[in-house]
Design a protein around this ligand. Structure first.
Ligand code: GLU
Length: 426
């Protein structure tokens, strides 16, 4: 049976690359009906922090990644590592240097790794120094505790980032010395920025938590990360995880470096938002609104109307807050350039004056009635509809773009619309 694992170190937030690794391990377990286990690599007592651990677990769950049973903590297994190191000393495979335990690396040996993603990768032990197993402070090194625990957990496949490829021959030496069978390895190329440099903040953010806060949907981030290392064998891009689970094949994993394209992720997120039922978006939007303002007092039915208008327009949930402030406060932001262009001339002011006077007479303030009033006025005054629409839009929303003007006016309601138009016309 397939047994894979996640092995995060709680010394920082969940990196977008680790999230992708986690996702592929999860997918691998699902696809082959195996198990995914969680091991916390908290051997560095100084740098490991509870808040990071909590954040990592929150982020994994948010992405929909679940695992089998309780996590194991390396910090609770120092005795196990020391016993194993002692055993190697007794066999003459290791030596002590003060408090430290060091493994003797036999020279001039060729170690072959048959990598699931890269194929055959060859190392020579001449390049490998004797390996510390237990440091003088009593904590194990990553390579040593990793091998002991992967064997203990009966891991069959290790899928991780390319940054660990050079550790693999060292780990293989430990498997051999301890008389353990090595699992299969698969190393995924790292995620790079569009400019080919190591992924960093300027490429759009490196931790999952930043994307969560920004209002990305987990299903969109998952879909995007999936395509950063794998392709379904066609050029389809929107592939929900439920579908990927059925068709995932490790042989279709790409051995080339993936480039993180924030514009594409934003596009994909927009697609997922547009396709999400309004009722499911509502609580997520409310969360964004209250994160931004401290509290969200807007009644659900009102918010829902605005969500319906904007769900096809926002790329992230946090954008909603900025795009729609004019529905919820009179103190909405005003785009300087748009105001300059559409609200300052005498002609614009006359148009706003005339249009508001006509709208005032409407009993039914529906978008179709508003639209008809607008078209009729344009015809009678020999104007283009755009000459009426642009100043009106800027007057009532402060923005040059947004949802359809007439729908927006209907949702805002007659009195707000007239109030704002008159103010702009004055
Ligand atoms: N704690 C290591 C990391 O987060 C685990 C590497 C591995 O999967 O072996 O990079």
């Amino acid at each position: 049976m397939v047994r894979v694992r996640l092995a995060p170190s709680p010394t920082g937030y969940l990196h977008i690359g680790s999230a992708r690794t986690a996702l592929f391990n999860w997918l691998y377990a699902r696809r082959y009906k195996g198990k995914l286990l969680l091991r916390i690599e908290d051997t560095d007592r100084v740098r490991s922090e509870e808040r990071f651990l909590n954040e990592i677990i929150t982020d994994l769950k948010w992405l929909g990644i679940d695992w089998e049973g309780e996590p194991i903590y390396q910090s609770k297994r120092f005795d196990v590592y020391r016993d194993a190191a002692e055993g190697l000393i007794k066999q003459g495979r290791a030596y002590r240097e003060g408090e430290a335990y060091i493994f003797k690396v036999e020279k001039a040996r060729v170690i072959e790794v048959d990598d699931m993603i890269h194929g055959k990768v060859v190392f020579n032990t001449n390049e490998i120094k004797d390996q510390v197993m237990i440091k003088s402070d009593g904590s194990p090194t990553y390579n040593f505790s990793c091998v002991i625990d992967d064997a203990h957990l009966l891991i069959t496949h290790i899928i991780r980032g390319d940054d660990h490829l050079s550790n693999t021959p060292k780990q293989i030496l430990f498997y051999e010395a301890l008389g353990l069978e090595a699992p299969q390895f698969g190393h995924m190329p790292l995620i790079m920025g569009m400019d080919g440099a190591k992924l960093s903040k300027r490429h759009g953010g490196v931790s999952v938590e930043e994307y969560r806060r920004e209002g990305f949907l987990p299903e969109a981030l998952v879909n995007y990360l999936l395509l950063l290392g794998w392709s379904p064998g066609s050029d389809r891009e929107i592939i929900p995880i439920e579908e990927a689970e059925k068709v995932f094949d490790i042989n279709n994993m790409k051995g080339v470096q993936a480039k993180f394209d924030i514009a594409k992720l934003r596009w994909m997120n927009g697609e997922y938002i547009a396709a999400k039922p309004d009722k499911e978006l509502l609580p997520l939007i409310k969360k964004q609104m209250s994160d931004a303002a401290g509290i969200c007092r807007i009644p659900d039915d009102k918010l829902l109307e605005v969500v319906k208008l904007y769900k096809v327009r926002m790329k992230t949930l946090s954008e909603f807050v900025r795009m729609t402030d004019h529905f919820f406060t009179d103190d909405y932001s005003m785009e300087e350039k748009a105001a300059q262009k559409y609200l300052t001339s005498a002609e614009s002011k006359n148009i706003l004056h005339e249009f508001s006077a006509r709208l005032e007479k409407l009993r039914d303030f529906s978008h179709s009635a508003i639209e008809e009033t607008c078209r009729l006025m344009a015809e009678e005054k020999k104007l283009k509809a755009a000459n009426v629409i642009h100043p009106t839009r800027v007057a009532i929303s402060g923005k040059a773009a947004g949802a359809g003007l007439f729908e927006m006016m209907e949702v805002l309601g007659k009195s707000k619309v007239l109030e704002r138009m008159r103010k702009a016309a004055a």
